[in-house]
Design a binder for this molecule. Sequence first.
Ligand code: ZN
Length: 430
Amino acid sequence: MSELELGKYSIGVGDRFAHQAKAQLQACIEAARAGVEVIPVWNKSNREHNIIGSEPSQTRVAADAAVKALGWKKPYFRDADHINLTTVDRFLASCDFYTIDVADAIGKPASSSAIEKFVRQRAGLAGTLCLEGVGEAIEITPELLRATAGKFLFAVEEAGKVYRKIEAAKGKGNFIAEVSMDETDAAQTPAELLIILAAIADEGIPVQTIAPKFTGRFNKGVGYVGNVAQFRREMALDVAAIAWAVSNFGLPKNLKLSIHSGSDKFSIYPAIYETTKKSGVHLKTAGTTWLEEIIGLAEAGGDGLALAKEIYAEAYAHREELCAPYASVIDIDPAKLPAPATVAIWTSDQFTSALRHDPHSPAYNSSLRQLLHVGFKVAAKMGDRYLRLLEANEKVIAKNVTENLYDRHIAPVFLGKPSPVAQLEHAEAK
Ligand SMILES: [Zn+2]
């Protein structure tokens, strides 16, 4: 049996209420029509399942049904997103892609004998590495090698334990392994990434995607906050470091970067497109589909708009509780949140233009968008009342879900079409 392999370009899509898999897959079908293969990966974290009260099997059923309905013949995957040793079990039956999250283990020291062994075996990494395709070398001193082992070796050992647990349950080659270190404070440098990859190779993890923490802020569902030029430079070095690691450490040939919270980062999409043309990339989005559901409901008017307003009012009332688990990945200015009484008299158009991420629009409100992004618990509590309206308004919602994924994400990241922000900058320059 051949081993599962992730294609060059892939997109992680989240589907909180398991109702939009078809609309999401439609965006990949449009990508194929435009000439690029983008493999869909349905991701859902343990945290998300817990908040909603769903099970990984539901994500699997929804993905399988969409693939069948639309006649998708290429691969697709179901990602157990951000799992660890204690949370992986419930995902073993339903998933074939595992995002092994070891960010919490960063900084905890491995045993001194393990560190000594690593530093001895990888002593050859010290020096100046000239990487292909970038005009800059990576410098690794013996001190950096040791310090990086001290900071990351234990985390990689943890990843190895999780990987072996999954392998024991599913069999080698029957799943894709990703290692993620993005949910932490400090970005990893390209040199650190290279050393981490050496440790991952030593640990025997056939990693196909790696998610480092990048420079800048990747808030949920809104634009990138940071220095775009610096991001571009680091990303190019990361890509070159991965290519070097693949040929020198015997890691899988298709190993590529995974960009978490990758939705809506319009200003860095040109850099991502240009630096990953050869290597490929996995762009993980999540939560934006849920926002398109709200946009679709608001656009539908009537009961849909009323429910969208009710969800906003509830989210507004429970702001602190909803934001707490996501504090490090949102930036809401409470002063910019309209009072529910104001929103209550909005038209469909007023609601959708405040929520829709259109940087051209003066009505766009990123604080309102982020609050609703984390407000899915409110809809989850509504249960069937919410789901029935989703079903009644399927057409208008599906259109928004597909357009958002294709026009705002797939086209700029995988096809190099100008992203909305690039267009905006262009328009301002005129
Ligand atoms: Zn992540």
